[in-house]
Write a protein that binds this ligand. Structure first.
Ligand code: PRX
Length: 660
């Protein structure tokens, strides 16, 4: 441990292994720079070449980038294609028909394998089934499903018929689901009877029923149910149908719906700095292009690879690196249901060994929790497993601390697998800043350099470039193909959130702070600059949690801040003022539990505050503004050294110091 601790300070550089470099898609820094230069010389020409070489177009595009309505940028807009055709049919045509597309492992360990031919047939049958329900191009379909082959089939089937899907993570509550169904104006919901996590059955269909019963979901004509467990469900006559019945007798081919490259492939809700989640709208052509290119560049995908991304399809990582990217490049991929710690904390390593995974992509939170588990139980230590199939590791979703990076590199990659620390966001569609495994010298904790064609920079609040070594705001200077197109139903919020006037209205604001290395120009992400937390790699808006808390009849006021957490990166700490007197002792414990459960119901278990403190008031300025900055210090358990003279009620700080 002492040895690992000492690494925190050092800037050791790890060069990609020579053998990796020799065979890599982008081999060496000169090859990387050549691509960057090509993009800089002729930005549109670069992207046109990429789009022509990588995508199968039904109708070719004539213009790469249309900036006429900036910041509502359009890419390849007069071109037509179909995403599902690109992911499936293309593989049948180019000799991959009998190649394994998906190796699915369920929570209980059962394994299902599907070839591209089989997956294509399943997707076509379900697409025909959806069409038979009257679902057509442009309709929105909400998908609330467990990790399953069927979840991927549902997404691909929507893409095939031109319906825009909106996947809602299975951990979200009925209320969150209802809000998303309403905002998207969904005509159907695809779900499962139950999901299984760590041996436990958890309801999904019952939550859909609850969401629809809350009202406002009248546009939903059908609920389609995949029977995962065969658990009991309520069936509404005429509305609810089993997936197997919708599919039965449908032909195994389905002519794809050709859509404009700009056609919305999906909407994915994510947290922002106000209470209401944002429906991030993605395109078809530009999005798929970047999913493919990053599979080739960042993951160096090769025909013989077995690729495993451990994300859930409810998050963007699952969209780009499970449902679309790997299939579009004809890879074999592993998909898993469950949790990394069941049946024991060796599950990931055991699965890598059994399925001979070659590329493994997971989140720092998972790595940190598995470090702890393997420290506690030698039987699940990675050294007990045959991980020799691995050749590349990836990290995503939150900053990876150098200790975790080193552990991952040594214990999982056995010092011969490059680690790609991929920085990106729901809005960016795919990787933005990441090492290239066969080119970039790696520094633990840094996501290093932007991908070719990606113009990230660090600026001050008025948009001026900052020199290396000086921390500032992370921006992207030019539009790129897989960028967010708009916020569904809220174009004004799109402009304000991502292209603020202060930065000139054409520069993309990522919402993260970052700094570049003095000598190497490497980017290091320093964390969100808005009121967004990152808990276990999941984005949570503090305002969203505050709104949920104040919706409880007991609560007068609430302020939520993030607190650094060894395992989850950040944890949620809520400061609450009740309408009744400040509770203490057992009372405080009971009410804290009640409020935590309440947030679980309002948003989902992932949003439950880890810590809840009660006060008679919150620290406020004389104008009534809550000083969250001070609450962050208190949450960390640190002494306040800042000037508190502007506070209306400095005495309150003492009361809020104590964790209850
Ligand atoms: O703060 C950054 C962090 O996660 C945010 C995006 O979250 P989300 O849209 O949910 O997408 C997660 C999966 C791409 C970013 O604004 N983040 C993501 N990847 C990294 C990261 N922070 C540091 N390093 C990363 N590699």
């Amino acid at each position: 441990m002492a040895e690992i601790e000492s690494l925190k300070q050092e800037n050791r550089v790890f060069n990609p292994p020579a053998e990796f470099v020799a065979n890599a898609a982008i081999s060496g820094m000169d090859a990387y720079r050549a691509l960057c230069d090509e993009a800089e010389r002729d930005y549109e020409g670069f992207w046109s070449r990429m789009a022509r070489e990588n995508l199968a177009w039904h109708k070719p595009f004539t213009q790469a980038l249309d900036e006429s309505e900036a910041p509502f940028y359009k890419w390849f807009a007069d071109g037509e294609l179909n995403v599902s055709y690109n992911c499936l049919d293309r593989n049948l045509e180019n000799g991959n028909a009998d190649k394994t597309a998906i190796i699915f492992e369920a929570d209980g360990g059962e394994v299902t394998r599907l070839t591209y031919r089989e997956l294509h047939a399943k997707v076509c049958q379900f697409a025909n089934g959806l069409k038979s329900l009257g679902i057509k191009k442009g309709d929105r379909v909400v998908i609330y499903m467990p990790m399953s082959v069927e979840g991927v089939v549902a997404m691909q089937a929507c893409a095939r018929i031109g319906a825009t899907h909106s996947v809602v993570f299975g951990g979200f509550s009925a209320k969150s689901l209802q809000e998303r169904i309403i905002d998207a104006g969904a005509v159907a919901v695809i779900t499962a009877d139950e999901q299984v996590r760590g041996g436990k059955h958890l309801p999904l269909k019952a939550i859909v029923d609850e969401a629809i019963a809350m009202g406002g979901c009248e546009a939903v004509k059908n609920v389609v149910i995949y029977q995962r467990t065969g658990g009991n469900i309520n069936r509404v006559e005429g509305r609810d149908l089993l997936m197997q019945d919708v599919t039965a007798n449908q032909p195994q081919t389905c002519e794809p719906e050709w859509v404009s490259a700009e056609h919305p492939l999906f909407i994915l809700y994510t947290s922002g700095s106000t209470g209401k989640p944002k429906g991030v709208q993605h395109s078809s052509g530009g999005y798929l292009l970047w999913a493919m290119l990053t599979m080739k560049w960042t993951f160096d995908i090769k025909p013989q690879d077995v690729f495993w991304c451990t994300a859930d399809i409810g998050w963007v990582t699952g969209h780009t690196y499970i449902t679309y990217g790997p299939l579009a490049v004809g890879a074999t991929e592993i998909i898993f249901e469950g949790v990394p710690t069941f049946p024991n904390a060796g599950r990931f390593w055991d699965m890598i060994a059994r399925h001979k995974a070659t590329i493994f992509y997971t989140a720092p939170t998972a790595i940190r929790s598995l470090i702890k588990a393997s420290d506690a139980d030698a039987n699940v230590h990675p050294s007990k497993y045959d991980l020799s199939s691995l050749r590349l590791l990836g990290s995503v979703g939150e900053p990876i601390n150098p200790e975790a990076w080193m552990w991952y590199y040594r214990n999982i990659g056995r010092e011969h697998c490059p680690v790609v620390d991929t920085f990106w966001q729901t809005e960016t569609g795919g990787h933005m800043i990441t090492p290239l495994p066969g080119a970039t010298p790696m520094v633990p904790g840094s996501c290093t350099l932007p991908l070719p064609g990606i113009t990230t920079a660090i600026v001050d609040e008025t948009g001026n470039d900052l020199p290396n070594g000086q921390g500032g705001i992370l921006v992207v200077k030019r539009p790129w193909p897989s960028m967010i197109r708009t916020i569904w139903n809220d174009p004004e919020r799109f402009k304000k959130s991502y292209f603020p006037e202060e930065l000139g209205g054409k520069t993309y604001l990522a919402g993260d702070g970052a700094v570049r290395g003095k000598d190497n120009g490497y980017f290091t992400i320093t964390g969100r600059i808005d009121d967004v937390l990152n808990v276990s790699g999941h984005r949570m808006g503090t305002m969203e949690i505050e709104s949920a808390l104040v919706a409880n009849p007991l609560v007068a006021e609430a302020a939520v801040v993030g607190k650094p957490d060894e395992t989850t990166g950040e944890s949620i700490c809520a400061f609450v003022v009740l309408k009744q007197a400040r509770p203490t002792g057992e009372d405080a414990k009971r009410i804290a539990k009640e409020l935590r459960d309440w947030v679980g119901k309002e948003i989902g278990p992932i949003a439950k505050p880890k810590e809840l403190r009660f006060g008679d008031n919150l620290p406020k300025t004389r104008s009534g503004k809550i000083m969250r900055r001070l609450l962050r210090v208190l949450a960390k358990g640190e002494e306040i050294t800042q000037d508190v003279s502007t506070l209306e009620n400095p005495a309150i700080l003492d009361q809020l110091k104590q964790a209850q």
